[in-house]
Ligand binder design. Structure first.
Ligand code: PLP
Ligand code: MN
Length: 383
């Protein structure tokens, strides 16, 4: 199996343990453990008593150790995007994995069934009838009954259209002897970053109307609706208003990023501060030869090209451009700011999920010191 590095819950030594984050070689990806603890707890607060749970999406962190912490905080299981990412989780002790993407090639379908044979908690998604027949054949060949959810189309990216097509697909799964229908997925990716909590909630509930109608159709047809999963960080506190809904696929809530901090929350319309910005990149100033301009060692290979560009902690007026591969360019107007070559800067990432995929490890930091190391075991697992 893909056990590439020792899991951090085993004794895992690393030369940087105990170091100050300000002394780390850069660029370095850091996770504030006190903020992480807050985020782990905060996501379930608005859901208490609603019967809706969390099935966090590991595409954000790609670390079995963080998945384990999410489960310890009450998650029903996790979601994974791809088969190779699912495999890393399942092979590293995460037993309940719902893969939100589809497997369409014969090789992937075969491998998915092997994984399901070994790990009974693996659930697969399907969004078209031919793929369902292919899964049935492969499950039969593997000698198993595989667990399947139907993905319902919300953003014209994946999924089968809501209504009759979705109902018929669910019925096809249900009557396939080697498949077990477990319920539905619906991810409203276009709603997650709508600015303002009220506007987002209105859009979210409206967008989900056809999905809810489909849920009722399926329920009336006597199908097993034990899973109705969807949503994300931007809608985590609104999904429990949706009939039949069972769990929110929150991903970014664990780390946060500039994109999410900007959208506004229920308590604070200026800043979405339900969750704390726990994930940062430490960079180093490498050139100060031009006034009003600092060059750092963190470019697109440290941050990705996502907008808005990173926010330098403590320097709200700095504009950070990570447009070159290996260099960041900070521009500023305040002549009183003086940094010299070699100075470290801490920057909040624009978009957490693709940024994590750039690093082999995440430094777990408490009170500025490296307390533990999270190997990003599913780094690059986009197959
Ligand atoms: N579910 C699916 C299918 C996704 O693609 C994503 C992220 O893109 C998520 C959940 C998690 O979303 P977020 O990071 O916004 O919480
Ligand atoms: Mn994302």
């Amino acid at each position: 199996g893909p056990k590439l590095l020792a899991s951090a819950d085993l004794p895992f030594s690393h030369p940087d343990l105990g170091k100050s984050k300000w002394d780390l070689d850069t660029p370095a990806l850091c996770l504030d453990l006190d903020k992480l603890d807050h985020n782990l707890k905060a996501a379930s607060i608005p859901l208490q008593g609603s019967g809706v749970g969390l099935r966090p999406h590991v595409k954000t962190h790609k670390c079995p150790d963080l998945a384990r912490m999410q489960i310890a905080h009450g998650a029903l299981g996790v979601c994974a995007a791809k088969l190779s990412e699912s495999e890393v989780m399942l092979e590293n002790g995460i037993n309940d994995v719902l893969m939100t993407g589809v497997n369409v090639t014969p090789a992937k379908i075969r491998k998915a069934m092997e994984l399901r044979k070994k790990h009974p908690g693996f659930i697969q998604a399907v969004d078209n009838p031919q793929n369902t027949r292919d899964l049935q054949e492969a499950a039969k060949a593997a000698g198993i009954v595989a667990d399947v959810v139907v993905d319902i189309d919300v953003i014209r990216r994946s999924g089968i259209p809501a209504g009759q097509p979705a109902l018929e697909l669910a019925q096809l799964v249900d009557k396939s002897p080697n498949l077990r229908f477990r319920g539905i997925l619906a991810y409203d990716g276009g709603v997650q970053h709508v600015m303002g909590h009220e506007a987002r909630k209105t859009r979210c509930l409206k967008t989900f109307e056809p999905v809810v109608d489909t849920y009722h159709l399926m329920h009336a047809a006597g199908l097993n609706m034990e899973i109705f999963s969807g949503g994300g960080t931007g809608t985590y506190d609104m999904m429990h208003g949706i009939p039949g809904f069972t769990d929110v696929q929150v991903g970014s809530y664990l780390f946060m990023d500039c994109q999410y901090l900007e959208i506004g929350g229920a308590k604070n319309e200026e800043r979405f501060d339900d969750f704390e910005a726990a994930l940062t990149v430490m960079t180093t100033v490498v050139n100060t030869n031009h006034p009003g301009r600092l060059i750092t060692d963190g470019g697109s290979k440290a941050f990705t090209l996502n907008k808005p560009t990173g926010w330098v902690i403590g320097e709200p007026d700095f504009v950070y451009n990570a447009g070159s591969d290996e260099y960041g360019t900070i521009t500023y107007n305040d002549a009183s700011r003086s940094y010299k070559v070699g100075d470290p800067l801490e920057v909040i990432v624009p978009h957490c999920d693709p940024a994590v995929n750039l690093y082999d490890i995440i430094y777990g930091i408490r009170k500025d010191r490296v307390e533990r190391i999270f190997p990003v075991l599913a780094r690059g697992k986009s197959q």
